[in-house]
Write a protein that binds this ligand. Sequence first.
Ligand SMILES: Cc1cc2nc3c(=O)[nH]c(=O)nc-3n(C[C@H](O)[C@H](O)[C@H](O)COP(=O)(O)O)c2cc1C
Length: 319
Amino acid sequence: MNYENLFRPGYIGGLRIKNRVVMTAMGNGLAAENGEASDEIIACYKARAVGGCGLLITEFCAVDGENGIAETHQTLILHRYDCKVFFQLFHPGREGKPQFNGGRQVISASGIVNPATGRVSHEMTREEIHGMVDKFVTGAVYAQQANADGVELHCAHGYLLHQFLSPHSNVRTDEYGGCLENRMRIVREIIEGIHCACGRDFPISVRINGCDYIPEGLQKADAVEIAKLLEHYGVSCINVSSGGYENPAAFIEPCYFPEGWRSRSSRSTLSSTPRPPRRCCARACATSPVCPGRSSPIRTGSARHAAVRKRSCASASAV
Ligand SMILES: Cc1cc2nc3c(=O)[nH]c(=O)nc-3n(C[C@H](O)[C@H](O)[C@H](O)COP(=O)(O)O)c2cc1C
């Protein structure tokens, strides 16, 4: 097998990454109870950096948690091994758990029932949406101040930004609902805000679903249009996943799914952009060739993580 391409440097925007091995975001339950980076979580990420990852995307970091803030010593340790780090920014929206937010109603794009939980969400007002945009932008600023090399916006897996993108969860009739460009508006405003606050050189990766695999959700053709718009908005990387809490097997696939099963939807999503963004490609076995002329890192998630023990995830427990 030829591993030559795998160990060649690649670029995300202007950021050089020493190889094409990317660890995707993985909630690991090792954050401190107050949401801060514990010694355990730092040791966990350090082990992946020592193992040779070119880019490590942290587990999802809630943008409106009351505790926890990125700290420079996390990034310093990874940089010592020439491992780049992106912080994944997210809000659970209607997938939040009231037991962790003082019993308040969860928020979402629309005030409808979430089939995955049976709970009705509070439909965010325009002011609340603007406030949420600010929180994502502030999260990116904190990440940059902590020497992160970029951020990833979590727009997949049924969390808040995905709830806006999908017509299944967004039935609004104002400028944040309806046509795709309206459903993308919150994401566009976040991207513009990060460009403005952190500079256009600060890489933004966006994790999207190549397909929701539920009838009323985003289909492959929608993902193609989303990728084109993201390209137009100036993101550096599109990271294609799939599924959500209504279809968890498409999100974290059982081990009997064939290797690289998601690659067809990822490829159709990404090959549609006029200039394929520097990007993470579909989950693929490490021996597969890297597409010539493209950045195409090889993503691995749970394989890199198998040894990490589980505990409740403090950093993922916000509203
Ligand atoms: C325990 C666990 C936690 C995860 N947490 C996140 C997360 O925080 N953000 C995210 O985008 N994906 C998350 N994922 C999905 C992974 O990034 C990855 O897409 C998925 O595990 C499939 O890839 P793999 O077969 O290489 O593990 C998680 C997966 C697992 C198993």
